[in-house]
Design a protein around this ligand. Structure first.
Ligand code: TLP
Length: 345
């Protein structure tokens, strides 16, 4: 039987581990729409505590978590400041415009990092005839910019500008646990700097489903209303919440292995093809590769069909590789060798 492919397209492709499946099978459940699923309630309480906030809300997806949070934080017709390639702008099917009535003020930020200066320049003056700036969104880690991490000073700078303007700060923290592990910053440091944030359990933490919004009690209550409106209020969902509780206990510290494997891939590829990647830019579990004269789509096809290595194309000459708990060091080395060979061909 041929080896299973080495799947580096995303950290969303993981399958629940045997331990996680056992935790799911054993979960106590009830109807969460009645507030009667003890596992969901416990998870939401534990997550809120870990982020130093009052409350949390379990949602089916990261896209829904972002949507319900933004519904609370920015009224229809107001403007939200984001980095131009942010997931909320680029990959959420236009949901925030269509369903939330929001206008985006996108900012080209070097390396994908919004700074206090960039945010200040993007805010509208609070006078006629300008539209109203309502919110700044940061992405931790930044997906399109290679898993880079906002440091606390930069977040503080953005927060200060937002406070001056009397507007909110939201963190799309789909991979905030990767940031926390890479930077050695406990997640409550992020939690108390934002009006609200979300993280995804279905990415590096290895769960099949789920994202969680964190914030004040009032904000979360209102987000719960929007979750219902979007069709995301779920019933005996403790089986999924149990997976998240398991992951928070067993799969956080090990994210460091994913980061080391991402760096390994970059090192191996750069040793053969220095123009493809600068290993020092790999901060967490993502590697972006410049394919030079090769078309990324050709490489994706050849790697997939001939080498059993699955990677994503993020542009005509750009590949994305994401490490996760289903690919070990040996698999990453094999994948990197195959990629280096093809880039050199
Ligand atoms: N990102 C996915 C794709 O949609 C691109 C991936 O493979 O990286 N915020 C950020 C920063 C994300 O990267 C993602 C998913 C989401 C939100 C949405 O999460 P889901 O897919 O659970 O709705």
């Amino acid at each position: 039987m041929p080896d299973a492919p080495i799947d580096l397209r995303s950290d969303t492709v993981t399958r629940p581990t045997p331990g996680m499946r056992r935790a799911m099978a054993d979960a106590e459940v009830g109807d969460d729409v009645y507030g009667e699923d003890p596992t969901v309630t416990t998870l939401e309480r534990e997550v809120a505590e870990r982020f130093g906030r009052e409350a949390a809300l379990f949602t089916p997806t990261g896209v829904m978590a972002n949507q319900v949070a933004l519904r609370v934080l920015a009224a229809p017709g107001t403007e939200v400041v984001l980095e131009a390639a942010a997931h909320i702008v680029a990959y959420e099917a236009g949901a925030h415009a269509q369903l939330g009535g929001l206008q985006f003020r996108t900012v080209d930020a070097p390396g994908g990092t919004l700074t206090a200066e960039l945010v200040r320049a993007a805010l509208r003056p609070p006078s006629f005839p300008y539209t109203t700036s309502a919110l700044v969104c940061l992405e931790q880690t930044s997906n399109r910019w290679g898993g880079t991490v906002y440091d606390l000073d930069t977040i503080d700078g953005v927060r200060a500008v937002a406070d001056e303007a009397g507007i909110g700060v939201y963190i799309d923290g789909a991979r905030i646990w990767n940031a926390s592990v890479a930077a050695g910053v406990p997640v409550d440091e992020y939690g108390r700097r934002a009006d609200a944030l979300m993280f995804s359990a279905s990415k590096g933490l290895g769960c099949p489903v789920g994202s969680i919004v964190v914030g004040d009690r009032d904000l979360v209550d209102e987000a719960r209303h929007w979750r219902r409106l979007y069709g995301g209020a779920m019933r005996q969902v403790g089986v999924l919440a149990a997976a998240v509780r398991y992951a928070l206990e067993h799969h956080v510290d090990r994210l460091a292995e994913d980061h080391a494997n991402a760096r390994l891939i970059a090192d191996v590829v750069a040793a053969a093809q220095p123009a493809a990647v600068q290993p020092a830019t790999v901060a967490t579990n993502m590697v972006y590769l410049d394919t030079g004269e090769h078309l990324a789509s050709d490489l994706v096809a050849a790697l997939g069909t001939e080498d059993g290595v699955l990677v994503g194309s993020m542009g005509p000459h750009l590949l994305r590789l994401v490490t996760h708990l289903d690919v070990d060091e040996a698999a990453c080395r094999r994948a990197a060798d195959a990629i280096a060979r093809r880039l050199g061909a």
